[in-house]
Design a protein around this ligand. Structure first.
Ligand code: ATP
Ligand code: MG
Length: 452
């Protein structure tokens, strides 16, 4: 017996009182057994959509999977405020023939729970809970204990029915820290090409979930080992054949391995930062040159080539404009120098280019990049650079950040609007930037008076 939130218990009882069967299914059962918090509750029932809607007038039913959504206010636990939850209730389903490697030709209702569970993807997802006991016809509980993702039934058939399952297996493994059972893994590799039948939106969603998971690097390694990477991120796939160990170079790994190691050690939890960290060296495959006599390997302009590839990848994965902007900037500027010799102005330009809001992220990318090349997490130069990033931001960047404006200038100099006003402001701005005067109203006014 598991302790369910009271409102979920009521929900189950309410159905049962009306003479229906109802079960919690999917991720929620997994989470109950693993003692993890539950984000969404999926149910299955022998009631038909029309019958469910009769029970819950506030429910809505409008999708192709036969799912009825029931909005419910629940008290998760004493320390959580009540929140609006959408409970997804789907009548027992069976799946007919699959048409396009993704969608069953038509949905038909099944008579029994067992039938419904047998169309689910992995054994750990094919368990049900009725409030009293776990129904587990495919030994999902055992696989959960052994941390295994295993297809229900014949894996080849299951992946051919719905190719998205190829990625769901890897995503679940990355989220849960599980392994993929041998036969299932072999089958993913064998059927990897089927992923080309799946829309880029669905692929993106799974890829981003892999990157956001607890084990993103392991997830990408799974993608590589199962050949899926070739179809999803071919630009990264070819990087495993690019060596970079050469005289006078600190690198110890090939570009692909370095990319994965960088991701592994990137401290950011942000998925776009993680994506950029994984793909920061994507331009290296096309810019690889090896000098025959010295053996020196170079990748001139790899960040320029990488920027172009990053744009293509963002487009292919249909990232939002905001995600694309951030991702491309992080790749474009990942090579930033942290020399103590650069001027404040150079540092300011860097901040403008990367975007103030992306600074912590590009620093996290650098941390991953460093550890992923076998270096220490940081250096005195990098630490100094971070301090300077903070320092230079205390000074004005733009003329409009000055503590006076054009009106002040016109009043003090008794002049009319015109180019002179801008010239005076620019002069003040330069003086503040060069630390000749402070950005304080009084000091600036004094300075303007001197110009009279
Ligand atoms: P989470 O909600 O934490 O992502 P989940 O397991 O609940 O995990 P959902 O995508 O909500 O995942 O799916 C609910 C359940 O529906 C799954 O547990 C699985 O039983 C079934 N399912 C989902 N997608 C598929 C699929 N492509 N093929 C077969 N069964 C699926
Ligand atoms: Mg779910």
């Amino acid at each position: 017996m598991f302790k369910l939130p009271e409102d979920i218990n009521h929900f189950l009882k309410f159905f049962q009182k009306q003479g229906f069967q109802i079960y919690i299914v999917g991720g929620a059962v997994r989470s109950l057994l693993m003692n993890l918090p539950i984000k969404n509750w999926d149910f299955t029932t022998n009631a038909k959509p029309e019958e469910i809607i009769k029970l819950f007038p506030q429910a809505f039913y409008n999708n192709q999977y036969g799912t009825v959504s029931v909005p419910l206010k629940i008290n998760q636990s004493d320390d959580l405020k009540p929140s609006q939850l959408i409970l997804e209730v789907t009548p027992f389903r069976k799946e007919g023939k699959y048409l396009d490697f993704r969608h069953p030709k038509k949905i038909s209702w099944a008579k029994t729970l067992k039938e419904d569970l047998s169309r689910r993807d992995f054994t750990i997802n094919a368990m049900a809970y009725d409030g009293k006991k776990i129904i587990d016809p495919f030994d999902g509980r055992k696989d959960l204990q052994n941390k295994l993702i295993k297809a229900v039934g014949n894996p080849d058939e299951r992946f051919n029915e719905d190719a998205l399952r190829l990625l769901r297996a890897i995503r679940l493994a990355s989220e849960l820290g599980f392994f993929i059972e041998e036969e299932t893994k072999k089958s993913i590799k064998k059927n990897a090409r089927l992923i080309t039948k799946i829309s880029w939106e669905r692929i993106r969603d799974e890829l981003l979930r892999i990157l956001a998971s607890h084990y993103p690097a392991e997830g990408i390694i799974f993608l590589k080992n199962t050949n899926l990477l070739k179809y999803i991120l071919p630009e990264l796939d070819v990087c495993f054949a690019i060596p970079q160990k050469s005289p006078k170079r600190h690198h110890i790994f090939d570009v692909g391995t370095h990319s994965i190691m960088s991701l592994k050690y990137c401290p950011s939890k942000d998925v776009i930062t993680r994506l950029a960290t994984l793909l920061h060296d994507i331009g290296k495959a096309k810019t690889y040159r090896r000098d025959e006599t010295t053996g020196l390997i170079t990748f001139y302009n790899h960040e320029i080539v990488g920027t172009k590839l990053a744009k293509e990848i963002a487009h292919r994965l249909k990232l939002s404009n905001e995600q694309t902007d951030k991702f491309v900037r992080l790749v474009k500027y990942h090579q930033f120098t942290v020399s103590e010799l650069q001027t404040d102005n150079a540092i300011r330009r860097f901040i403008r280019e990367v975007g103030k809001e992306n600074l912590p992220d590009i620093l996290d990318l650098r941390t991953g990049d460093r550890i992923g090349s076998g270096a220490k997490p940081t250096s005195w130069r990098l630490e100094l650079f971070k301090k300077r990033l903070v320092e230079v931001q205390k000074e004005p960047f733009k003329i409009t950040d000055l503590k006076i404006n054009g009106n002040d200038v016109m009043k003090i100099l008794k002049i009319k609007p015109g180019p002179k006003v801008g010239q005076v402001l620019k002069k003040l701005f330069d003086q503040v930037v060069n630390k000749k005067i402070e950005n304080k109203r009084e000091a600036l006014i004094n300075e303007i008076k001197k110009m009279n």
